[in-house]
Unconditional design. Structure first.
Length: 594
């Protein structure tokens, strides 16, 4: 193939002539420095190239070499615990080779070519296999068994040869005889990042992804294979919320993409995850995590590729039959990279300068989520759940990225700066947020936790909504103008907010609540509400509301969040105390009246 020649350089955009043989999204090497780039527009033999490295010093006349292949990622053992940049260059290996600053044109294979892995075959010679079938395993970390699959683009065939033992990712571990001849299988496969990996069937989202965060699991759950977004202004806790989800969600693999956010946020992940213990196994969380870092001080163009790199890796683990959670922080910075490249391509701008195809690109990303039956002969089930942070300027949710995202995702966790300033975290506004999976997962909660779960959730939400209406009256005429029942509603809503919805991510016990604990905590608050309502309905005019609201058992309700999971039986006793103390108070009131 003939080499092209640069005719124009505009920041990360390079235009080259004599590229008639190239195709859209082909990878190219720009100049003798061999900078990595991708063709994003073609007009005849003129190609517009998005360069993923600093283009300072490039000029017209320099060569452009096409590789003939689309931008792809390497998939195989060695992904877990790794940290890559937006185009899957291993940052730890680059640091070892060139120091703390990435040198232009540096080329290092994403997966280590020297490391040997212990491959254990799960099929034998003569077995029939098809695309997606697992032919062997590698114990990648103590938490992750890496399943080596027949690549999706192979045909069905027969195992002609398979080897057990130590091998590198490029060594041939099996040979498959298909109708097109004999094909070699290595532990590594490549896949274009802009093309979703195939699956056999997509299933409905009927199982919730349990996160251990009370406001999410109880009020606004996300289903496994579902989509969610976390929009909010600066400082409202988007990143901390995503960190909490990455730590505690019941996903077997976590892919965390730091897309255009500050570098210190990725540093927090790198420092915290090796220290944090997985709640199920006690092993460090890093042993089931893949990190993609393309922070605000790294090339803008590579932000655009980073979320596709991350989701392709996530799809690969989904195809093994794992439940995968992908955190993108944040899609707003990705959209800004799209806007910059669109402006340099001189495309007609849409709203606020974003390209007209912003919505379709976001939809392409989020629709790669799902709970699926994977390729292969066995009924292997995998799930890929997407959670994207959105950073609207000034917290304005009417801006294009937020609106385009809300049209696509099914769960909206709206962060509120007012709650954050009150130190109420997670600062998810319960009156603005919603989940469209509530009906889908209702049967799961009913069968797993109990018949009352969905009724309790609805009643608690009704109380919180009533509180919002009553606050307007209180601001105008004061709390004394309210009836006893309305004052009880305010008190119960306060307990729901402060004792249930507020959760301390830094506290070793409160950082995670099991469904059983969430149910017990919510039930205690509602038992108090029901018992107090029954007393108020009797119409005892001498009833001391302040004494009822300051019963000693209220302190135990507030402290329930700090009860360890193994001591949850204590909470059952508190429910009995609530009934006894309120009955005692009502009895005293009745005696005086008599």
């Amino acid at each position: 193939m003939e080499e092209g020649r640069i005719t124009k350089v505009s920041g990360p955009l390079v235009v080259a002539d004599n590229m008639g043989d190239a195709r859209m999204y082909d990878m190219v090497k720009v100049s003798e420095a061999r900078l990595m780039g991708e063709i994003i527009e073609l007009h005849g033999d003129r190609a517009s190239i998005q360069v993923y490295e600093e283009t300072g010093g490039l000029g017209p006349g320099e060569p452009v070499y096409s590789t003939g292949d689309p931008l792809s990622v390497e998939l195989g053992p060695g992904l877990i615990e790794a940290i890559f940049d937006g185009v899957q260059r291993p940052l730890d290996k680059i640091r070892d080779q060139v120091g703390d600053y990435i040198t232009r044109g540096v080329e290092i294979s994403p997966l280590d070519r020297e490391r040997k892995w212990d491959f254990k075959a799960s099929v034998k010679e003569g077995d029939k296999v098809e695309p997606g079938d697992i032919i062997g395993t590698v114990q990648e970390t103590t938490l992750v068994e890496h399943r080596i699959m027949v690549p999706p683009d192979f045909g069905a065939g027969t195992i002609k040869e398979i080897k057990n033992g130590e091998a590198t990712v490029t060594d041939v571990v099996a040979r498959i005889e298909t109708e097109n001849g004999v094909s070699d299988v290595t532990m590594m496969q490549r896949w274009p990042i802009r093309r979703g990996r195939p699956y056999r069937e997509k299933m409905g989202p009927h199982i919730p992804m349990i996160t251990g965060q009370r406001i999410i699991d109880t009020f606004f759950p996300v289903a496994k294979g579902g989509t969610a977004c976390i929009p909010g202004p600066f400082g409202s806790g988007k990143t901390v919320t995503q960190h909490q989800l990455a730590k505690w969600a019941d996903a077997e693999i976590v892919v965390y993409i730091g897309c255009g956010e500050r570098g210190n946020e990725m540093t927090d992940v790198l420092l915290e995850f090796p220290e944090l213990k997985d709640p199920k196994s006690g092993e460090p969380l890093m042993k089931r995590t893949v990190l993609i870092a393309n922070t605000s001080n790294m090339p803008v163009a590579a932000r655009e590729a980073s979320i596709y790199t991350g989701i392709t890796i996530a799809e690969y683990f989904r195809d093994m039959g794992y439940s995968v959670a992908l955190m993108a922080d944040s899609t707003s910075r990705w959209a800004e990279a799209l806007r910059e490249m669109s402006g340099r391509l001189e495309e007609m701008p849409g709203e606020e300068g974003y390209p007209a195809y912003l919505g379709s690109r976001l939809a392409d990303f989020y629709e790669r989520s799902g709970r699926t039956i994977c390729l292969g002969g066995e009924d292997r089930e995998g799930a890929l759940t997407l959670v994207g942070a959105v950073s609207p300027p000034g917290g304005d949710l009417s801006e294009p990225v937020s609106q385009a995202t809300l049209r696509i995702v099914k769960v909206f966790w709206g962060l509120d700066a007012t709650l954050a300033y009150r130190r109420h975290f997670p600062a998810i506004n319960w009156l603005l947020s919603y989940s469209l999976y509530l009906d889908n997962v209702a049967a799961y909660f009913r069968d797993t936790i109990g018949e009352q779960w969905n009724d309790m959730r609805r009643e608690a939400m009704r109380i919180l909504q009533e509180e919002s209406e009553l606050e307007e009256i209180v601001r105008l005429v004061g709390v004394d103008a309210l009836s006893a029942r309305e004052r009880l509603t305010l008190e119960t809503a306060k307990s729901l907010r402060e004792d249930f919805l507020h959760q301390n991510a830094m506290h070793e016990i409160d950082t995670y609540s099991s469904l059983k604990k969430q149910f017990s905590m919510l039930e205690m608050i509602l038992v108090f509400h029901h018992e107090a309502s029954a007393v108020i309905d009797k119409g005892d005019i001498d009833l001391d509301l302040e004494a009822m609201f300051s019963l000693s058992v209220r302190e135990k309700i507030a402290r329930a969040r700090y009860v360890p999971e193994e001591e949850l039986d204590e909470l059952e006793g508190i429910k009995s105390e609530i009934k006894e103390q309120i009955a005692s108070l009502a009895g005293e009131g009745g005696d005086e009246d008599a």
